[in-house]
Design a protein around this ligand. Structure first.
Ligand code: MG
Ligand code: MG
Length: 619
């Protein structure tokens, strides 16, 4: 796949954007006219920079309101066009994007449109240039790529072709099968954007909600497959208008974009057979361990929370100040080393989760996928007798380890030979989900990280009311729920999520939910063991009774233990929250009776309880 990105997609001055685009690995860049108008460099200097950076200028854009105008305006429009051709010659690109007209003066008469497009093609050809015609979703008379294609086909001029933009086609629900009618030699450029499915004005939707492939909900796999099938060999160019990306760093947004194009190439929701270059997404069978960085005092406090939940310290690391806590299949590792990544994590964030280990079938394949997506690996010096566990950088600088599923028992025995206490019979079945909190601006970036790297599906986006603002929430889930991460991005600086981020100095794990076969028994044992739990107001239970008509005994059993409840059809969900440890991380017990969600309806109750309940415990 030849990759390109429109300069409008990222922040900064044009020269800085181009450097970020080259560094991220793209083959080309579309230059947006506003970026050129606002740079201190001349078009020739930009052309030289583009060449120095090893990029191709794939297109100059946009040119608006050309076709269908009455005579007086028509000649002005063609004068404007010639001026743009002058600029293009200096910029060193031969392709100009002409968007379908939005002018109220534009006529719909097909003969006029054909004549105008033919003239544009003829004028471009005289100067060795080409025109790419694009149907805007809000074009006045042409707003469907099928109509734009019919015009381009009927004009049949070698210098006039089509630009397909996924947003304009998919926002209008135009079937991708219609791409099969387009001739590959007439498809001059493909522009790519994803978007959430919204019901709103197309222009506003496009200007503010476009996102990268894999971050939204458009059926891009079908769309891309239809384009590949006609034999298109040109550039795939991201064109993303999104305020969040323009607020982010140019280099990280450029890198995300590159990653998203590679994801599209290999298939977002289903693998593309022809994309042999991209190793398959990482299949994981579960969370093998969660590692906390902590000082000795913090480790003690954390241990005092873990014991009532049923965990015991079972072993010490062969050479390091690291303890393994176990319950059934769950492994929690507490790292008190005075140096290394965990220590720097503890210094920066305080006691917190510094790493997550995923059990995978194919470690080498996982690393190859990460490399192809330019996910940075993390290398830390290992002693000669240490078990090597490769890792990559994940959310907030934490690590994501790839643990070989086949040899994990050997790994634990080798790394943690010093036995401590014997494990207890488990009350908890496994890790249900790990919740990570981040800034709203980086939310889509981490969503893309997970969907691109791992074999996971994303759930629909939700907005949760925090007592002090909105939180955007979405989960990524491995098949069968073997791994579930929930991502929360705060829209308001005073929300609890934001205060978590400020207190934590960055994005990270906010809570870990454990799956229980019997939440009432697990909660009773935790309470008897002295767990500090989140208190839920009586009003909540009165409302539950009214809403669901539950048995009073069940309501009472939940109220006594501060257990929250949700229902979806016949399925039920029970939740129990501990208070926050070290003001940052808390634990949740859940019992799923067929239920697939995360109790979003209860999140405002939980957040309000946390805000009320000794605020210093969470903020
Ligand atoms: Mg476009
Ligand atoms: Mg949860």
């Amino acid at each position: 796949m030849k990759t390109s990105i429109a300069t409008v997609s990222i922040s900064g001055a044009l020269d800085a954007k181009l450097r970020a685009i080259a560094a991220a690995g793209y083959d080309g860049a579309e230059i947006f006219e506003n970026d050129l108008l606002s740079t201190h460099l001349s078009a020739r200097e930009i052309a030289a920079l583009v060449a120095d950076l090893g990029l191709t200028c794939t297109m100059f854009q946009p040119f608006r309101d050309l076709e269908g105008l009455p005579d007086a305006q028509r000649s002005r429009a063609f004068d404007r066009l010639e001026r743009k051709f002058d600029t293009m010659e200096e910029l060193g690109t031969d392709l100009l994007l002409v968007c379908s007209s939005c002018s109220p003066q534009a006529e719909s008469e097909r003969g006029c449109l054909l004549a105008d497009l033919a003239e544009a093609g003829e004028r471009a050809a005289r100067r060795g240039l080409r025109i790419g015609y694009e149907a805007l979703a809000w074009g006045r008379h042409v707003n469907d790529h099928r109509d734009a294609w019919a015009l381009v086909r009927d004009v049949d001029h070698p210098a006039l072709g089509l630009v397909l933009d996924s947003f304009h086609s998919l926002s209008r629900g135009i079937p991708s099968s219609s791409i099969g009618d387009i001739r590959a030699d007439k498809l001059f450029l493909v522009q790519v954007a994803d978007a959430p499915l919204l019901r709103m004005d197309h222009l506003q939707w496009s200007r503010h909600f476009r996102c990268m492939p894999g971050q939204g909900e458009f059926p891009l796999d079908d769309w891309a497959e239809a384009i590949r099938r006609i034999g298109y060999r040109g550039y795939w160019s991201l064109e993303i208008f999104n305020d969040r990306f323009r607020a982010g760093s140019a280099s990280s947004v450029a890198l995300d974009g590159y990653r998203s194009l590679r994801l599209l190439e290999g298939g977002i929701e289903r693998p593309v057979a022809s994309a042999a270059a991209l190793p398959p997404r990482v299949a994981t069978s579960g969370v093998e361990f969660i590692e906390f960085a902590a000082s000795h005092d913090e480790a003690q406090a954390l241990g005092a929370m873990l014991r009532p939940l049923g965990f015991v310290p079972t072993a010490r690391h062969r050479s390091k100040d690291v303890t393994r806590w176990q319950q059934g299949e769950i492994n929690l590792v507490i790292n008190c080393e005075p140096e290394g990544l965990a220590h720097s994590f503890d210094v920066v964030h305080g006691a917190s989760v510094c790493a997550i280990g995923l059990a995978v079938d194919d470690v080498a394949g996982a690393l190859a996928r990460a490399d192809a997506l330019r996910v940075p690996r993390f290398e830390q010096a290992v002693a000669p007798d240490e078990w090597p566990i490769p890792s990559v950088r994940g959310v907030g600088g934490s690590l994501l380890y790839f643990v070989d599923g086949a040899s994990r028992a050997e790994m634990w025995a080798h790394e943690f030979p010093h036995r401590l206490e014997a494990p207890l019979p488990p009350r908890i079945g496994g890790i249900d989900h790990v919740a990570q909190t981040m800034q709203f601006e980086e939310f889509l970036s981490w969503l893309l990280f997970y969907v691109a790297l791992l074999d996971v599906r994303k759930t629909p986006q939700l907005e949760i009311a925090d007592p002090m603002g909105l939180v955007q929430s979405q989960a990524v889930e491995a098949p069968g729920g073997a791994v579930r991460f929930t991502l929360n991005g705060s829209l308001a600086s005073q929300s609890l999520s934001s205060r978590f981020i400020q207190n934590y100095f960055g994005a990270g794990v906010q809570h870990i939910a454990f799956a229980c076969p019997d939440i009432f028994a697990a909660a009773d044992a935790a309470i008897a063991g002295g767990i500090e739990r989140l208190e839920i107001p009586r009003n909540y239970y009165d409302d539950l009774e009214a809403r669901w008509g539950l048995e009073p005994e069940l309501i009472e059993a939940m109220a006594q233990r501060d257990i929250l409840y949700d229902r979806d059809g016949d399925t039920e969900y029970f939740q129990f929250y501990t208070r926050a440890f070290a003001r940052r991380v808390f634990f949740e017990l859940v019992e799923r009776r067929g239920y697939a969600g995360y109790g979003a309806v209860n999140a405002p109750i939980r957040l309000a309880a946390q805000a009320r309940h000794k605020p210093e415990q969470i903020d």
